[in-house]
Design a protein around this ligand. Sequence first.
Ligand SMILES: [Zn+2]
Length: 289
Amino acid sequence: MFGECHMHVFMNGTDYRRAVMEQREGKCETVVRRNLEAYRRHGVTFVRDGGDHYDASLLARQLAPEYGIDYRTPVFAIHKQGHYGGIVGHGFGDLVEYEALVRDAIAQNADFIKIIVSGIMDFNKAGVLTEASLSSGEIQEMVHIAHEEGMAVMAHANGADAVRSAVLAGVDSLEHGNFMDRDCIQLLAEADTIYVPTVSTIYNLLGDNRFPDREVRELWNRQRDVIAACFEAGVRLALGSDAGAYCVLHGQGIEDEYRAFCLSIGESAKLKVQLMEGEQRIREKFRRK
Ligand SMILES: [Zn+2]
């Protein structure tokens, strides 16, 4: 069974408001245990969290051995104030504040640093992002500072500009990567970066009614083509479903992600081997030194 290389333990995949309420009501341990149990039930023994601001992933890492799970966490994700990312972490105003957040995560025994350098997709309008990405100079500095502290970097990036900047800055894993172009795929193929497309967040919306099906289908077609082109080009790929996000359930999510990959590329021994290799690299890189 594959590991889950991108999830958020405090979310439930169905109702974000309820997830927030449960944290506010002090039900963190109940939520964390429920979700760890879902991974155990699905035979998932490796989990990498994408962060939260409730310390839920910290508790999850502490409890995970009871469920036979090797759990990694950035503690919280780091975003620039005024930009996307507040739902999974803390914001910085300038790079001095950024560095302080990196040190704070390290002080809390983070396994790696998670940064957010772009917006998210608009599911009502295929091809559109909620905002422009951070500048390539900023992205470069953010990655450099984390690396100087000896930490691997997991980067949320959508859009060709953000993806290009993140890969050139040397991020250790690239998350989402929607709307990347050929140039990005070529850069990824030449880089050491592991790409985690989290396509379940789109694939699982097919037939759901929250967003227009035409737009969801268009997004799915685009990301499916990107995954196929990445595989063809020899990009290092790994499975992470963003479980906890809407329509992506803990435990089940990684099976959905694998199915979406098989639909994009076709199931083969080569695909399995490549995904296992990508996961293995994540296991090796994204751990406390
Ligand atoms: Zn995520």
